[in-house]
Design a protein around this ligand. Sequence first.
Ligand code: NAD
Length: 525
Amino acid sequence: MGMLAAQMLAAQSASSKSNGQGAERIKSYAPATGELLGEAPVMGPEEVRAAVARARRGQQAWGALSVAERCRRVLRFRDAIVDRQDELIDLLSRETGKPLIEALMHEVTPSATVATYFAKHGPEILAPREVPLDLLKHRKAVLHYPPRGVVGCITPWNYPFYMPFRDIFLALIAGNAVVLKPSEVTPLIALRAKAIWDESGMPVDLLQVVTGYGATGAALIDAGVDFVIFTGGVSTGRRVAAACGERLIPCVMELGGKAPLIVCRDADVELAARGAVFGGFTNAGQVCIGVERVYAHKDVVESLTRRMTELTKALRVGDPAKGDVDVGAIIFPKQIDIAEAHIQDAVSKGAKILAGGARIPGVGQFFAPTLLGGCDHSMTVMTEEIFGPVVPIMEVDSDEEAVRFANQSHLGLNAYVFTKDRTYGEHLAQRIEAGSVLVNDVVTNGGMPEVPFGGIKQSGFGRVLGHESLRDMCNVRHVNVERFSMGSDNPLWFPYSAKALTIARKATTLFFGGGGLLKKLSNLL
Ligand code: NAD
C-alpha cells in the first residue's frame, strides 16, 4: 500500500475513534492531493432516530400536496443545483478526484435530467389507475399510489451526488421524505447538497442527511424507515437486505457489476475499441456498469487489442485541478490494492500487460489505466468485480462462446454488444443475463430516466428509474367499489347452503369448462 493510501486509511480509522472532544468525526481527504477537505460527524443511533423523526414530520405536509405541486417544488431544487453547478462540480471533483466534466455530465446533469423527466411525467405515472376486472364486472377496481413515508437511501462513494439524487427525486415526487446516508468516503458533497436544499427554501425536515460509517447506515434501517434503497457492494448488500428482511422493510438492492463487452465478428472495431476504453476507464473504472471484461471474436481480437492499447496509452491521468485529464484519482484507497491483486493474479496465469499495470508514484491516489491481453476465466480479473481502471481482454472462437462466458458470472447488471448488424445485436442481447444490455454503446443507460435500471443475480433486485420505480416508491392502495348493487342476499356469504354450492359448481363450469361460454359472454359486458 502506498504512503498516501496508508495515511488515508489510518486517518479514516483514527477518525472512527473519539477526537478527544467527545464527538466522532469523519475526515474527508482529496484523493488527488491528500489534502484534508473537511470533516463530517459520525452519527449514532439517537441522532439517526431524531433525523428519521424530523423527516416523518416533514413528510406529513409534503405527502398531502398534489403530485403536480410536489413536482413544481422539486423543480425549484433542480434549478438551485443547476444554478450552483460550478460550486457542486468543484467540490465533487476535489472530493472524488474526478475530472470536472465527469462531475458535471455524470453527476449534476443526470440528476437534473431525472428531476425534469419525473416532474414532467410524475402526475401521469402516479395518477389513480382503473384496472378492468375480468369476472366481477359489477365492481370497479382503482389503484392509488400513496407515499410509503420515509425512504432511507444508503449510497456509495463513486457517484456521491448522482447516486443519491437519482433516487431522492423519485422518492420526493412520490410524496416521501428521505433520510440519506452517504458514503463515509465522500460525505462532504452530501452535506453541501443539503445546505443548498435548505437555502433554496425546500422544507428543511423533508430531506435529512446522516453521516457516518456502516453502523450509521445500520442505525438508519433500525430507525423505522418505510423503504430502503441501497446502492453499494454485494457483501454489504447482503447485510442490508438481511436487516431489512428482519424488519420486513421493502428494499431495492443496487449492487455490484461485472459488465461484459462482446465484440462480435462483424463489429466496427474502432467503435468497439473506443467504447471499451471509455466504458472501462471513465470515473477511473469505479463504475458499477463499467466495462469489466471484453470478449473479442478471434477474427477481430488483434485489431481491437492494438487499437485499445493505443487509446489506453493516450489517456491523460492526473489531478483534474492541474489541467485537462481523462482519468482522475482512485477515490477509495482500498481499490488500488484490489486492482493490484487482480493484475498479479492474471499475470501469474499468463495474461500480458498491454498498458499501465501499476499505481502512479507521487502525490495522490492514481492508477495507470491498465489493459490486459490473453485473459481467461481462471483469472479473477474476468470473474470478480474490479471497480478500478483495469480492463481484461479474452479471445473467443465465436459470438456464441462470448455469450456463454458473459453469462458465467454471479453478477448481472449491465452488458454490451458491438456488432454492425443491429437486429443480430438485439437478438444476442436477449440471451445475455443482465438487467440492461446496450448494443453499440456503453454506460449511457445509467442516466436514462425513462427505463428501469438494476441488476439480476447478485447484482441485486428491484429497479431504480423507469415508471415502475416511481410507483414502487409508493404503497399501492387498491380501492374497490360496486358499480351496481347485487343486493344483500349474496348466495356466497353466510349461511352456506347446498343451493349455494350448486350455484358455485354451475358457475365454475360455465366460466371455465367447455371453453368458458359464460366468460366469453361476460367479456361482452
Ligand atoms: P459499500 O457497500 O462498502 O458501502 C455502501 C454504503 O453502505 C456506504 O454508505 C456504507 O457506509 C453503507 N454501509 C456499510 N455497511 C452497512 C450496514 N451494515 N448497514 C447499512 N449500511 C451500511 O459500497 P462502496 O464501496 O461505497 O461502493 C462500491 C460498490 O457499490 C461497488 O460494488 C459497486 O459496484 C456498487 N455500486 C452499485 C451501483 C448500482 O447502481 N448497482 C452504483 C454504484 C456503485
